[in-house]
Design a protein around this ligand. Sequence first.
Ligand SMILES: C[S@@+](CC[C@H](N)C(=O)[O-])C[C@H]1O[C@@H](n2cnc3c(N)ncnc32)[C@H](O)[C@@H]1O
Length: 265
Amino acid sequence: MKLKLSVPQWHYSMLLDRDRVAVFKEAIEKTVKPGDVVYDLGTGSGILAMIASRITKNVYAVELDPITYEYARENIKINNFGNINLVEADASEYDFKEPADVIIAEMLDTALITEPQVPVLNSILKKGLLKERGKLIPERAHNTAQVVMAKMGYIYYDEEVISEPISEEIHYSTVDFYKINKEEVSYNLKFKLKDIKLNVENMPLGIRLNTYTELNEKIIAGSTPMLNPPLIIPIENPTIEDGTLNIKLSYKMGGDLESINIKCL
Ligand SMILES: C[S@@+](CC[C@H](N)C(=O)[O-])C[C@H]1O[C@@H](n2cnc3c(N)ncnc32)[C@H](O)[C@@H]1O
């Protein structure tokens, strides 16, 4: 499919991330059927709505940001997708006139922290806007954590995955988007550290969070530069006992990076 797209700079990076777009395209083409009512929440450039609207005529695309909305409007017009119902609104507040067979929501970020995927889908589900056998894309997010040697003393994205791991990667949560999820979460995590000499006073340790996106039962996407890049949170004054690090990790989904807190137990 060839589309002419103009977008703000950060959307351009998202569109250039071919792996990100490819997994969503595949999931949409496998899930959406002719006649389905589809929502694309956080439509951005409109790309995912346009993919869906090649299969069905009933697509609602919702974008909160007025500037991005204008780009989406232009993209939809020049690519002749006149059937897309584009709306400038907060997707958690918009009054949809009919429930959906398929809801696409790419408002993802690592561990779902800085994007509103969870609060928006919570609101949509509470209003009964997904039909009984309706499908979500993605369906779930699986979160893992691993102790690494941090390269910096502040929270940063490790897109190239270069920070050296010093523990196993442990799976600590699965967020199922078909359920109403608690937005403020906390987890007690225990890491057995690799048997290496650590001088924790000089060495910044960090926790690397990774999110694996389950678009449908057959497609699980790892991180890409613009889809859930690994996030590193430095640990202040780590306490290691018998080669074990115990922490309490807490954050707010749909919050911001400042909501992240790590406490050594
Ligand atoms: C990660 S981008 C994805 C854009 C597009 N779906 C794609 O896959 O290329 C998320 C988009 O959601 C929009 N957004 C964030 N919060 C929103 C909300 N509450 N309602 C509607 N759109 C929202 C942002 O402005 C941004 O354009």
